[in-house]
Design a protein around this ligand. Structure first.
Ligand code: ARG
Length: 551
């Protein structure tokens, strides 16, 4: 699509001295773009109204009318020209991030811990950002930074030896591990010997004892199997599953760098980096020699920088780890790494779930897969009611149910705390995933009934200049810009919200303009319907949702 803002900027900058691209603002009720002239008043010693009136005389742009109103310079694009331009551009064709590399650390599950609802946000925000960055041309590296290091695994091995059973472990998987973990926790409070035993086992894992490592690897496989089943349902894939344990022996290298810059200090036997008055020191190594979370993250940052040469390295992690990332980035800055400023903590708020009974909670945690299953079940019964003869009902229910949960998670700004409600997420008439999916399917069923234009030359764009059609065109025309904004602000909700807006505008258009009216109008309206359907399917894929053809 033509970059109208740039076009306006280029034409107006010689007339308005000091004009910046960001001064050209997007549509309001009076125009498609405007330039507020207030900031020029001081320099030019004229009123904004006079400046706008003068500029309106002098700025000339093809396909646009320029007018002055109340100190604003307004640019109205000729509708037919705009519609033609919108259709000339291919969806997803602009690749502004071509050649850039973005590492995205997300989901990052912990071994032997259930994949619970607390991991929903990191998983879907990170997954959506991966898709968006890739769509914009960037090379993306999705990293699942596994929590596979810590003394808790020693406890788990000790618990397994006391109360566990190989057969039960295979059958019950994570449920079994969770129970063992809870039991160990309770019993070790009464029995001090257990804690000592756990320490022995975790030392054995560290020293590579084959029995201990073998058991730990089993726990790891069970955890990953469960996580990957969820990832498949969410259309997510990772490029790397290197976890914390991988970085343990690389912490020494980081300490060397710190020492070379005189940044490492001993405090109560621990190795620490002082970070100034507004932050507690970063602890690199405890007095017993064990490395800490931040130390392993430092090693991981160096590894990622050396391996991928990233332009950005994102960490999609809950806001409660804000201090950790502040410390991590600060240490890299003190080390003088220029890429320290390319590290970003993509933080998000808390999720609570409403309307799922405690009986669904296993050991007081709510598994993400159980939430997805409940949503799919509900979707199934809604579909049964609305469209009992639909072919492939269970696949559609899976797409709609899972999609409802994901869409809901990605609909509000990420920093906002969320209270998830199944009923709201599955409301086909609300601002929901199912609503967008249903609008897409409705477009497809219109399109299935008749032939669309063979080539763009057959389309008379003047047929799409009425308010309802034009509103739709405007929303699909700069969809790529919405994707760009969403990716670069790390805010997938910009795309979800745009999709809902497109659906609302399309449904207004559908009610106002009869599509199957024959002639040139039908051809043009079908072309718009196709563009909407394609945009919805593309947009849904960027936020991890399927787009069923029929619903
Ligand atoms: N496993 C951690 C957790 O569940 C998240 C890890 C985030 N990534 C990182 N590089 N620190 O809290």
């Amino acid at each position: 699509m033509i970059d109208y803002r740039l076009c306006i900027y280029n034409s107006a900058k010689s007339v308005l001295d000091g004009l910046e691209l960001s001064d050209v603002a997007a549509a309001d009720a009076f125009c498609d773009y405007c330039i507020p002239c207030f900031k020029f008043a001081k320099i030019l010693r004229k009123s904004p109204a006079a400046i706008a009136a003068d500029a309106a005389e002098r700025v000339k742009i093809d396909g646009m009318t320029v007018a002055a109103l109340n100190g604003y310079l307004n640019f109205t694009i000729e509708r037919e020209a705009f519609v033609r331009g919108a259709f000339a551009a291919e969806l997803g064709e602009s690749k502004p991030l071509d050649g850039k590399t973005v590492c995205i650390d997300y989901s990052s599950v912990n071994i032997a811990k259930p994949f619970h609802i607390g991991h929903l946000m990191t998983t879907v925000i990170g997954g959506a950002l991966c898709k968006m960055f890739r769509a914009l041309g960037a090379n993306t590296v999705g990293i699942n930074h596994l929590g596979d290091w810590g003394t808790q695994f020693g406890g788990l091995i000790s618990a397994f030896r006391h109360w566990g059973d190989e057969k039960r472990l295979v059958e019950r998987g994570l449920d079994e591990l969770l129970e063992l973990y809870v039991r160990f926790h309770n019993e070790s409070e009464k029995d001090e010997k257990l804690a000592a035993e756990a320490r022995e086992w975790s030392k054995k894992i560290e020293s590579g004892d084959s029995y201990a490592v073998g058991l730990f690897d089993k726990f790891k496989a069970i955890t990953l199997e469960q996580a990957k089943a969820v990832y498949r349902r969410l259309n997510i894939e990772f490029d790397s599953y290197l976890g914390e344990s991988f970085y343990v022996d690389k912490v020494a290298g980081v300490e060397e760098k710190l020492r070379a810059k005189n940044l490492l200090q001993t405090s109560d036997g621990a190795q620490v980096v002082m970070l100034g008055d507004d932050m507690p020191p970063a602890i690199i190594r405890r007095s017993d020699g064990a490395s800490l979370y931040v130390a392993r993250d430092l090693a991981a940052a160096y590894y990622r920088h050396a391996t991928y040469g990233f332009d950005k390295c994102l960490y999609v992690v809950a806001s409660h780890q804000a201090l950790h990332f502040k410390q991590l980035f600060k240490v890299l800055e003190l080390l003088g790494e220029p890429w320290a400023s390319d590290m970003v903590h993509v933080s998000y708020g808390m999720v609570s779930v409403e309307g799922m009974s405690l009986s669904t909670r296993r050991g007081n945690v709510l598994y993400l897969s159980d939430v997805l299953n409940a949503a799919v079940e509900k979707a199934q019964s809604i579909i049964e009611e609305r469209n009992p003869t639909l072919v492939g009902k269970s696949e559609v229910a899976e797409s709609v149910g899972v999609g409802a949960v994901v869409f809901d998670a990605l609909y509000d700004g990420r920093l906002k705390d969320k209270n998830f409600s199944l009923a709201d997420a599955l409301n086909f008439d609300g601002e929901t995933g199912p609503y967008v999916q249903y609008t897409h399917a409705r477009c497809r069923s219109v399109l299935a009934k008749c032939d669309t234009a063979e080539s763009a030359d057959d389309i008379d764009y003047s047929q799409l200049t009425d308010d309802e059609a034009y509103d739709v065109v405007k929303l699909v025309a700069d969809f790529d810009d919405a994707v760009y904004a969403a990716a670069t602000k790390y805010e997938p909700s910009i795309v979800s919200r745009r999709l809902v807006k497109i659906c609302q505008a399309f449904n207004r258009f559908y009610n106002a303009d009869r599509i199957m009216c024959g002639g040139k109008a039908q051809t043009a309206r079908l072309a718009l319907t196709k563009r909407v359907a394609d945009t919805l399917r593309y947009g849904l894929s960027l936020i991890l949702l399927d787009a069923p053809e029929r619903m």
